[in-house]
Design a protein around this ligand. Sequence first.
Ligand code: C2E
Ligand code: MG
Ligand code: MG
Length: 450
Amino acid sequence: MTLASESPLRRALYRALHDPLTGLANRGLLMEQLAQALARARRRPGSVAVLFLDLDRFKVVNDSLGHGVGDDLLVEVARRLERTMRSADTVARLGGDEFVVLAEDVAGLDEALSLARRLREAIAVPVRVGAGQRVVVTASVGIALSTPGAVAATPSSLLWDADVAMYRAKDTGRDRVQLFEDGLRAGSLDRFRSEAMLRHALDHDGLRLHYQPLVDLGSGALAGAEALVRLQDPERGLIPPAEFIPVAEETGLVVPLGAWVVSEAAAQAAAWRSLQPLDAPPMTVSINLSGRQLTTPGFAVEVGAAIARSGADASHLCFEITENTLLDATGAGVTTLERLKELGVRLAIDDFGTGHSSLTWLRRLPADFLKIDRTFVAGLGTDPGDTAIVRAVIDLGQALGLTTIAEGVETPEQLDALRDLGCHWAQGYHLARPGPPETVTTFIKDDTRW
Ligand code: C2E
Ligand code: MG
Ligand code: MG
């Protein structure tokens, strides 16, 4: 379909289905074509092939030569992909530097691979940009093929498979083709999917921070907020950290993810501080760390730089670590914690009571806060054992000069019990659920009391 000028309706329809920059099909149109192709494939011998292309290091071109050049380059790549394909095939741009080619009646693997080779050759021809400069781009390509005669793949599963394969191609050196195989699927498919999803989020501004208020039980005022990361998925909405933090740790992606969280939360802390009256006790913004970050060389230096850029006061930031995080991180981790403390930030021991730490160890740590795990708070007032544990932890915290924070407060009874036991701060659904930063901003502006 070319840009039809006949009627406003046709123009609106065209716009709804095409990428405005390149005129290629957008995700919506691609999914529709893919569904139709899969339906047709049931009655034909060939396969449907989905080729997922992502330009290598496109961000470098964009950042060094400017967005104008970046856009020109994307348009040129789009034209080349179209010229390489048959007119019955669909070429789509999903956003950024991601392109998808959909081909029908593909005889088999060899044909799909040769198609990928032709596409890569077309892209690799140097592109003339601006004043006589030449840029060479390469692409990583993932291929997924529908299996003739087997249970039909769905459009989104086929696209996912191609996407997962593309990320494998990137991981194993870029500028290459990777076929999606059942090997990639066996058992580890979920892991690959989460990894692909996470990489997308990192590359495409898909992470969000929600914040949960920490309440001072003495004054009832807002004492701080804990930053809790979420992943914004176009189809599934907000995805909780339990679904991607384990994969992030395993793959090391928690390092770039954590760096983003630190800059974002520090900037937020600075913004909130500027909203508070000068004589109000400054809010503490908490950030969760994983063991992998603590053993990353230079982590504390990077944190220092991020705080400096944000304009936040280091003493208004708190890093939360669980007992097990530290056990994983061993010696290097403790050194990192000391470096962090030298920056002036606070430290909290998270989920206290669930790990295997010793009291000697607790005393050696340069911590400021002790967070009582919500499994103990749950039984407060009803389970005598839990009540005894919470009392003991609060006493221990106070003896060590730590501020005690109860997590997971869900009922008014638990809150009363914590006040009676002398707990300093509390956090939980009964007080406020985690939410977007604006929610906390409103609490600050209204000087909300609990
Ligand atoms: P956490 O640090 O212990 O965070 C508290 C978790 O308890 C949050 O879950 C919060 O939503 C939940 N919660 C708060 N109040 C209540 C309550 O009253 N009842 C119950 N049942 N739950 C409550 P969320 O957001 O799903 O985070 C889970 C974990 O993911 C966090 O546990 C933290 O360990 C990890 N995490 C979150 N953000 C980050 C991050 O930026 N980096 C790293 N490395 N880990 C993170
Ligand atoms: Mg925490
Ligand atoms: Mg916790």
